[in-house]
Design a binder for this molecule. Sequence first.
Ligand code: TA6
Length: 282
Amino acid sequence: MRENGRPSTSSVSGSGEDAVTLVHSSGATARITRHGAHVVSWVDPSGQERLYLSPRARYGPGEAIRGGIPVIFPQFATGPLPKHGFLRTRRWSLVANLGDSATFHITDDDETRALWPHRFRAELSVELAEMLTVSLVIRNSGDSKFSFTAALHNYLAVTDVQQAAVEGLSGLVYIDKVLDGTRCVEEGAELRIRGETDRIYVSGPRQVAVSSALGSSSTVVGADGFGDWVVWNPWRELSASLADMEPDDYLEMLCVEAARISDPVVLTPGATWSGTEVIGAT
Ligand code: TA6
């Protein structure tokens, strides 16, 4: 245990799912469920919760938690595998809990190999300081190469998504999933959310910011090893159709995701890939 940390595990309220709570001397806290190695809360040093978590989120085996930071691997979005892969719906093992950091891991098993015939080890580390650092490490533990896509599907909390603006994407090519995958160029200096938004920004910068995320405070996401960014807000109609979300909650969340989609990772036997993001508040 580190000097300022207090290792603890507890139940996510009402869900029965055990979670690890991290505490930092700055006053920041974070909570991570073993189900999905899913960060469900990050309270910054000022005491502000900076991640959205649906009050209707489900935590059981096979469920994907709506909110927080879902871990997406080995397939982003739809394809031959379950949507967003299978790590977010499985239970991980806790490897270490040092009070202000924790590491979880998961490996392939009969169920994952039935879906995706590869041997792997995934590790998720969460480190709490003034900022939140989340690292995903994938190792190919088999004897043939595989490729994958991945993301840390951050649901950022916003006071009102209509007041927020995403900065750092100007001039980038994006794939607009609302327009059936049309490739577009981000013309604006900043992105404002005015309707359903589901975009993959290809080969983006190392950092993007959501200004006026919570009042005048911005949320900044830095990423290394990912390359792409995804911005998603379901808006009114889609939000109302999601059973695990309150109808008006689209106003209180904005997904800004560090993702590796356009250039899938190829791992040879024994090789390792890592992607890291750092989320901070200004
Ligand atoms: O990351 C954006 C996205 O792929 C959207 O298309 C939307 O479907 C979202 O993820 C949430 O997916 P989920 O399976 O969690 O409902």
